[in-house]
Design a protein around this ligand. Sequence first.
Ligand code: ZN
Length: 363
Amino acid sequence: MRWSFNVGRIAGIDIKIHATFFLLLAWIGFVFYRQGGTSAAIDGLLFVLLIFLCVVLHEFGHALAARRYGIKTHDITLLPIGGLARLEKMPDKPGEEIVVALAGPAVNVVIAAVLWVAMGLFAAGIPNPEMMEQTRTPLLVRLFAVNIWLVLFNMIPAFPMDGGRVLRAILGMRMNYARATQIAASVGQGIAFIFFIIGLWWNPMLLLIAVFIYFGASSEAALAQMRTISRDLRVSAAMVTQFQSLPLHATLNDAVEALLRTSQHEFPVTDELGKVHGILTRDDMIAALRKSGAEMPVAQVMRTDIPSVPETMLFDRAFAVMQECRCPALPVLDSAGGLVGLFTPENVGEMIMVQSAIGSRSR
Ligand code: ZN
């Protein structure tokens, strides 16, 4: 996810903080400082640190449940609405998706229960949002309230909240995955809209949450759509086959000529046998021109960290590879290892447009 910073690694999972998480910290810090000055702000900081911990534990609930089904977790990102564990993939079976989705809130239920028992909180009453903002309330009581709110909040049936996944999985038991996602995403967008309206005159944090839910729902729906329409498609059906390569001994001068002559932005660099050695991108080309001049060999400027994919690979697998390496284009190879095409983000966009046009006609 863009705008996130790496802060550590636990059990093989990277922990990241999204820039907007600091907005939440700033808001809490401001509220506390206004109520009780510096000492309250320090108290607030400790409180925030403990919230941080509860959210991380929540995400580890998801990650460890997913691990039970053999699914790895790339990283955990902290957002103002909670955390986001980026799993390698979602479980295919609705039952497993429900377990993974519920494992997060279950962690907060356990934390809340432990706090409840340990502190003898029976007299604390029903937690409410004001309790989180009041400095006079004991820290652990506030932490208890936070965990209750984390549970309630995450069970809102909207993507990217856990409740959205549970809803999709329940729907998925009765209909296909794409349809279930579509309905769950629409419910999520409706909830986002309601939050936005309430947020306008009640709490600005709710506006931020509404925006997150809205985009979360949209991207989930788009992902499900792509998975459905590209189910049996191979890379060879959607790659660019008319393209220009550069020989290994080419200079930036040759590359510039090719750039101007074609509509291509990325050029595979190949040897005499047709083997790919790297990809020269337009940005790298321009940067190198500025620094070293036109006689620089492309072999010294090209990216060599770009993986190639076989033409028989499934379309959505190749898309995942491209997202994973943040590559502008992937070389596509035939069974003999020869370069036969380029797989680009434009291919993905066009393929989705074409397939959904065909799909809507046949309906
Ligand atoms: Zn969760």
